[in-house]
Design a protein around this ligand. Structure first.
Ligand code: MLZ
Length: 265
């Protein structure tokens, strides 16, 4: 059936091979997701990672949780794995002698935080300690090679996990290229990122997997090189615009290939 994506067919079509599972900072046996909608927990504020906040489970997919910080609005939801070191049971922060913080962009006056905290926790269902799984160890070194296939979180649409290819390897960094999207969603990350998974992960954990896009992947000779990885000295530098780098950059889009049904997100 050509209309549903399967890795088996796709790997044959593209004559490519999956990145070995031991390259990833993921458990060989994926953890179970024992959280439930509405449960509360402690989470590091993604926009201010030194502060620990109260979060509510707003959704579950595979081994991932959609989280919203209590006191924040609905536009800053984020996703974490059940074995992420960024989340912990309620009470952990206090046990460590720390204080729960209001999220960045707390909707109310700062003086109302203590009362808000009291009310948001009273009668709340707290995620049990057993639902939090230990974060797997990082692989000892970067084992990725260009061309290897994987499943990766689309950081612009973080609810999506999509088929991707390793484009380049430099030190501890890898360039993740999303198949069929002409570079629009590609990014550099560390080889031990929690946002990348071995081929088959979504199917095992019952997470949806977006099929590849339908844009042509240009032959290597016509591709512009990936932007440089964020170096430690200039980690905030924006990647150079690719269109500036290659004389071969197409100015008009290529015609779309015959569309598989349900490909577009
Ligand atoms: N449907 C949206 C999301 C694309 C997601 C791509 N992921 C690699 C779009 O077409 O822009």
């Amino acid at each position: 059936n050509k209309e549903t994506f399967t890795w088996e067919e796709y790997l044959k079509e593209t004559s490519s091979t999956p990145a070995p599972p031991n390259c990833f900072r993921q458990s060989r046996v994926p953890p179970t997701n024992d959280f439930k909608m509405g449960m509360k927990l402690e989470a590091h504020d993604p926009r201010n990672s030194t502060s620990v906040c109260i979060a509510t489970v707003m959704g579950l997919m595979g081994t991932r949780l959609r989280l919203r910080l209590d006191g924040s609005d609905n536009t800053n939801d984020f996703w974490r794995l059940v074995d992420s070191a960024d989340i912990q049971p309620i009470g952990t922060c206090e046990k460590n002698g720390d204080m729960l913080q209001p999220p960045l962009g707390f909707r109310m006056n700062a003086s109302s935080w203590p009362m808000f905290l009291l009310r948001t926790l009273s009668g709340a269902e707290m995620a049990p300690a057993t639902a939090f799984k230990r974060e797997p160890a990082r692989p000892p070194q970067n084992g990725f090679k260009p061309g290897m296939k994987l499943e990766a979180v689309d950081k612009k649409n973080p609810y999506l996990i999509c088929p991707a290819t390793i484009g380049e390897v430099r030190g501890d960094e890898i360039f993740v290229m999303f198949d069929g999207w002409r570079g629009a969603f590609d990014y550099w990350c560390k080889y031990d990122s929690r946002d990348i998974f071995p081929v088959g992960w979504c199917s095992i954990t019952k997470h949806s997997l977006q099929p590849p896009g339908n844009s042509v992947t240009l032959p290597k000779s016509l591709q512009s090189p990936p932007p440089p990885p964020p170096s430690s000295s200039s980690s905030q530098t924006k990647p150079t615009r690719r269109s500036m780098q290659s004389p071969y950059r197409l100015s008009t889009p290529l015609p779309p290939l015959p569309v598989r049904k349900g490909v577009r997100g």
